[in-house]
Design a protein around this ligand. Structure first.
Ligand code: HEC
Length: 86
């Protein structure tokens, strides 16, 4: 295995991890949050909140918003919902 390959692999891995996190977040959302609104509806409602402010905003919002997610599920859903929705 060449050094160049290893460097490439290290650069690509985080991107794959991020994509996985987003679909994982959607999956949790679909299981636990979609009785009332879809993932894309929630993203649309978040439109007025700047992308960079969404994690903090959602952390507060989801304190009281039903149904409660456990801490790690919440982080994954927050990450997925904080992505640009276009
Ligand atoms: C019992 C119905 C119900 C469930 C279950 C529910 N929601 Fe909601 N959600 C609503 C309603 C109604 C609104 C719009 C009014 C509001 O903002 O509270 C909303 C709005 C939102 C918004 C937009 C926030 C904003 O700024 O307006 C987000 C994000 C959201 N929900 C995320 C979630 C997540 C994540 C879950 C799962 C943990 C979830 N919701 C489960 C009813 C629900």
């Amino acid at each position: 295995m060449s050094a160049r390959f290893l460097v490439m692999a290290c650069m690509l891995l985080p991107l794959t991890a991020v994509a996985d996190d987003i679909s994982k977040g959607e999956e949790i959302f679909n299981n636990k949050c979609s009785q009332c609104h879809t993932f894309s509806m929630a993203q649309a409602m978040l439109e007025p909140v700047a992308e960079k402010d969404r994690p903090a905003y959602l952390r507060t919002f989801l304190e009281t918003h039903p149904p409660k997610l456990n801490a790690s599920e919440k982080e994954v859903v927050i990450k997925a919902l904080s992505q640009r929705s276009d």
